[in-house]
Design a protein around this ligand. Structure first.
Ligand code: PEP
Ligand code: MG
Length: 579
């Protein structure tokens, strides 16, 4: 048994066999073979080695011819690893003695090989583990050829273990049997984390080397609440977690009973609880969990679902599906937040050097007006007869807001000329997720109907901490006194200006911040649908007067640790079962 600690990004417990994705998204399933298959499988190993060596020899010669001997020498290293007699023998032995399939034997032996390289003290050698990864990929390509397994074909629940997940793979997870996720990369508010949380899949990220510490077929527990991954658990641990799984189920059932009850404090203040969605089918989940509308529809996920750029009809169909599922409840459609870690980056000829500070979100849309207008037309069309509002992300200046509104005005004019109906007085809002917008909130609120605070980005930009980088994850916290002050001022200014104010960052769904935000004056929260019942329970167990006292006190502390400890204690008093 081995226990690894990472970042708890999606609560709950998953117990299943592991499936490991390597960098190329191969799935190497655990597969045992019969003794009469040993020879054939060993032959596949031998052939893969020979073909790989031939390929590498050719590559080396080509590169040497084009760029000189030094460049060609990179492949000498790969060749020397493959020629290393013991490696081939170890894999052949794994087939004969352990009854592994050729692919599985390569995967297991190469993973342990990678681990050894990675643990070398000398940085130069340690970095070479990536080459070992390349070699493994080449061997597997030559063994599996076209037979790559894909996740869609899984028939049993599995825990997915990976270095990182591509956005498109993440976008399709809901169509698989994946019941838990463990990853080397990622932080609490990375987009992979947001999606797995939306799907209610327990997950731990930022585990650094889980993908090379485990082989497919290992039994594994993901504790997404504590941020732990347990490899090959012993019997006692397994029993303990099976009991925990059952306990969580009971707690979830109790929460479901709250679905049709209002989110109202004990002193009769009604709070709006909305859902965040990425995909249209989640609209239904929002209602099932007791949300009264959608506060954030992240439309850019439409791009991650397909290889080609979505056209107006595709946008329209997706929005229509959401609006129909949600009935007469409100829906806030956010315009495309592409860039940074989403979509455009992987398709860029020259990737962004500083993705989160680069051409992302509204900036990307304003530089790609035809794409932007395609979306705006679809939003306007769907707004006819529905409670839809449009929201621009990452606004950092009045000029940007005005340009975005101008594009919306142009789209309206076009539709009008074409005689296509739409909602002319559609409500227009912005996300407040840059310190610049927070500090100019007074001016911005004069030109919008509503705002929604995007704390995932607001925290990232205020603290200068990459939201998806596990190495700095402990520094990413909503409890920082500077973040608290910004939030207090944004909420206060928007409320005074009589402009709708919601908060849709992950913070909205974290119980420890509920009292604080309520006490600061927030009356609308938007979160992953799965978080709604718990937050509702908390709201129903407190009074506004108490929340105001908690917020006031929280604002007096000088360090994030004091704030976090205080809020945790206050929340625990109200809802001990959440901890
Ligand atoms: C945010 O930044 O808080 C937010 C809700 O938007 P996203 O997570 O999609 O960047
Ligand atoms: Mg954001």
């Amino acid at each position: 048994m081995e226990i690894k600690k990472g970042i708890a990004v999606s609560p709950g417990v998953a117990i299943a066999d592991a499936v490991v994705l390597d960098a190329e998204d191969y799935r190497i399933p655990y597969k045992s073979i019969e003794s009469d298959q040993v020879e054939a499988e060993q032959e596949r190993v031998e052939r893969a080695f020979d073909t790989s060596l031939e390929e590498l020899g050719m590559l080396r010669d080509q590169m040497a011819e084009k760029f000189g001997q030094d460049t060609g020498a990179i492949f000498d290293f790969h060749m020397s690893v493959l020629k290393h007699g013991r490696l081939r023998q170890q894999i052949l032995d794994a087939v004969a003695q352990k009854g592994h399939s050729a692919a599985y034997a390569v995967s297991v032996v190469m993973q342990s090989y990678q681990k050894r390289w990675r643990s070398m003290k000398d940085q130069f050698f340690a970095e070479r583990y990536r080459d070992v990864q390349d070699i493994e990929n080449r061997l597997l390509r030559n063994i599996l050829g076209e037979q790559r397994e894909d996740l869609a074909r899984l028939t049993e629940p599995v825990v997915l273990v990976a270095h990182d997940l591509s956005p498109s793979l993440t976008a399709n997870l809901n169509q698989t049997e994946v019941c838990g996720v463990a990853m080397d990369f990622g932080g609490l508010t990375s987009h992979t984390a947001i999606v797995v949380r939306s799907l209610g899949i327990p997950a731990v990220m930022g585990l650094k080397d889980i993908s090379i510490s485990i082989a497919g077929g290992n039994s594994i527990i993901v504790d997404g609440t504590k941020g732990l991954v347990i490899i090959d658990p012993d019997k006692a641990t397994l029993r303990e977690y099976q009991a925990e799984e059952a306990r969580l189920k009971v707690f979830a059932d109790v929460l479901v009973e709250l679905r049709d009850k209002p989110a109202v404090t004990k002193d009769h203040v009604t709070i709006q609880l909305l859902g965040n969605i990425e995909f249209p089918p989640e609209a239904k989940t929002c209602i099932e969990k007791g949300a009264t509308g959608i506060g954030l529809y992240r439309t850019e996920f439409l791009y991650l679902k397909s290889e080609t750029e979505p056209q107006e009809e595709e946008h329209y169909r997706a929005y229509r599906e959401v609006v129909e599922a949600i009935g007469d409840r409100p829906v806030t459609i956010r315009t495309l937040d592409l860039g940074a870690d989403k979509y455009t980056q992987s398709r860029q000829v020259e990737p962004e050097r500083n993705p989160f500070l680069g051409l992302r979100s509204i900036r990307y849309c304003l530089q790609n007006l035809p794409l932007f207008k395609t979306q705006l037309r679809a939003i306007l069309r769907v707004s006819k007869g529905a409670d839809v509002q449009v929201m621009f992300p990452l606004i950092m200046s009045l000029m940007e807001l005005r340009q975005a509104k101008m594009a919306l005005g142009d789209a309206m004019e076009d539709l009008e000329e074409e005689g296509i109906p739409f909602q002319r007085d559609i409500r227009v809002g912005i996300m407040v997720e840059t310190p610049a917008a927070a500090l100019q909130i007074k001016e911005l609120t004069r030109e919008v109907d509503f705002i929604s605070i995007g704390t995932n980005d607001l925290i990232q930009y205020t603290l200068a901490v990459d939201r998806s980088n596990e190495r700095v994850a402990p520094l990413f916290t909503a409890s920082h006194p500077s973040v608290l002050k910004l939030l207090r001022d944004i909420i206060r200014t928007a409320t005074r200006a009589n402009v709708g104010c919601s908060l849709c960052g992950e913070m909205a769904g974290e119980p420890v911040y509920t009292l604080l935000l309520l006490g600061m004056g927030l009356r609308s929260f938007s979160m992953a649908p799965a978080d709604v019942p718990e937050i509702k329970k908390l709201i129903r167990s407190t009074t506004l007067a108490h929340a105001e006292r908690v917020a006031k006190r929280a604002l007096t502390f000088d360090t994030d640790r004091q704030v976090a400890n205080y809020l945790r204690d206050e929340t625990r008093k109200l809802m001990p079962e959440a901890f």
